[in-house]
Design a protein around this ligand. Structure first.
Ligand code: JEE
Length: 465
């Protein structure tokens, strides 16, 4: 692999003679040539820059100087026929450089020419000009979202990251195998060596236990934990089907969830709570509500009655009302891709009132259950999209609901939240029990012609399970 680096500060790249890259250079696995851009100037002051056309701050590097310099690199004999050549241009506006790209460059290229700019960068025609050559690929890249003074540091990074992947450069090729397998997609676990006690800090005892299974598990836990705290983007990109139960338990501590039986390609998500939805998203709620509401209806309920109820209460316009009215609290959870996957809808009476029930029957039962002081809030809807049931997400939705309700009725000493769930829905009842609700009574009501029996459950708003 041949590298040609052009810079107005060629001595900046002297460090490439050190360490692995330098040794590989001597051994002939790679060939690094550094060039001074000013060698291609013709004026007395060796000028490489000029003012930006159209005005603006700073200086821009001239295309003509860069053209003469780069042309010499692209006619170099790099030892193979029809060499695959890349022009790499560091710029704050480039593609983020990744390991995947470096692997690809190491496998696919014979020559990487790097044009290190200074000032405000290089006249844009240099990139478009070389990109139009069939035998040259232009790659504008960035090291990250911070501003450097020039491209030299990014050139050093690219050379080092690519060169170590070239066969014959790295001392221990097994390290490369471990990088691509091992705990792929996670940050590395912490490393320790002797002395085992240092300044009062000891090495985690599991590591000296000799139990290889426990060591591996501990390292995996630490890698998951560190990645969850520092790189949520990497957790979101994990394939959920590659996570075992323990992995899921660890990630659950950091608020990550996944569908109950994840398909290959399903990703963990960290839902985001949505409190103030705009009318445009009312339709997302309506769609989710219509998908989920029938699942909680008694088996023998007529489809036409269910449809009539949904038309009256779960349409887009009703959700707009729920969002805009202080009498309702609508909370949604979205996955990290923005899809609505769960929602709760609570009816909040003003003052010391009772929400959700006209005939008063559940009120008495809830009152009988404990010393209520404050309003009686109805948890009117509490639904998870099907693939999220059993994932632990319900606990998150309940916590978010209780916390928001608490802040809305703060002036009351002991408000209650109640709900009705149909007697046949065992799954719902056991879920609500897990979420801190107790059965406080029954209620009877009719939908269309049909009689229905609900269990009434209630709990306080304190978030303790
Ligand atoms: C190459 C010149 C300096 C500073 C204008 C406007 C940019 C250029 N990750 C990375 N950060 N910085 C570079 C990088 C910087 C370079 C050059 C690479 C050549 N400079 C320079 C400021 C500006 N700013 C507001 O947005 C930010 C342009 C880099 C890489 N790779």
């Amino acid at each position: 692999m041949r590298f040609d680096i052009f810079s107005v500060f060629p001595s900046y790249l002297n460090s490439l003679q050190l360490s692995l890259v330098g040794k590989a250079s001597v051994a002939g696995a790679i060939d690094v040539q550094v060039h001074d851009l000013r060698d291609w100037t013709t004026d007395k002051h060796r000028t490489v820059d000029d003012t930006p056309v159209g005005g603006g701050a700073g200086m821009v590097m001239r295309a003509d100087i860069w053209g003469k310099a780069l042309d010499t690199a692209f006619v170099e004999d790099v030892g193979v026929e029809n060499p695959r050549r890349i022009l790499a241009i560091p710029t704050p506006a480039g593609h983020p450089l990744t390991q995947e790209i470096c692997v690809d460059l190491a496998e696919r290229c014979d020559q990487i020419v790097i044009a290190c700019g200074r000032y405000e960068g290089i006249d844009s025609r240099v990139a478009t000009h070389y990109d139009s050559h069939d035998d040259i690929e232009v790659f504008e890249y960035s090291l990250g979202d911070y501003v450097l003074n020039g491209g030299e540091v990014a050139a050093l990074a690219l050379v080092e990251a690519v060169a170590r992947l070239v066969p014959g450069v790295i001392g221990n090729p097994e390290s490369l195998v471990e990088e691509s397998h091992g705990s792929a997609g996670l940050l590395e676990y912490p490393n320790y060596t002797r002395p085992l006690d240092w300044r009062g800090e000891s090495v985690p005892p599991i590591l000296t236990s000799g139990d290889h299974g426990r060591v591996a598990r501990w390292r995996r836990d630490e890698a998951l934990r560190k990645t969850a705290l520092r790189r949520p983007d990497m957790i979101a990109a994990l394939d959920a089907s590659t996570l075992d139960r323990r992995d899921r338990a660890v990630l659950g501590q950091y608020g990550w969830y996944w569908p109950k039986n994840p398909d290959v390609g399903a990703h963990p998500v960290r839902p985001v709570t949505e409190l103030s939805a705009t009318p445009e998203v009312a339709s997302h709620y309506s769609e989710l509500a219509r998908r989920t509401f029938p699942d909680a209806c008694p088996q023998d309920m007529l489809a036409s009655d269910i449809d009539a109820f949904m038309d009256a209460h779960l349409g887009r316009d009703m959700f707009t009302t729920y969002m805009e009215s202080a009498d309702w609290l609508l909370i949604g959870l979205r996955d990290t891709r923005g899809a609505l996957i769960a929602y709760s809808l609570s009816s909040i009476p003003d003052g010391d009132g009772v929400a959700g029930e006209e005939d008063g029957a559940p009120v008495d039962t809830v009152l009988a259950a404990g010393p209520r002081k404050g309003p009686l809030i109805e948890l009117s809807k509490f639904y998870l999209d099907r693939q999220w049931r059993g994932s632990g997400l319900a606990g998150m939705l309940m916590t978010a609901t209780l916390e928001e309700l608490s802040s809305r009725v703060r002036e009351w000493e002991r408000p209650y939240l109640w709900l009705g769930t149909n007697t046949g829905n065992k799954r719902a009842r056991s879920l609500y029990t897990k979420l801190g609700f107790e059965k406080v009574g029954n209620r009877h009501f009719t939908v269309g012609e049909q009689n229905n029996d609900d269990i009434v459950m209630a709990r306080t708003l304190d978030v303790t399970y």
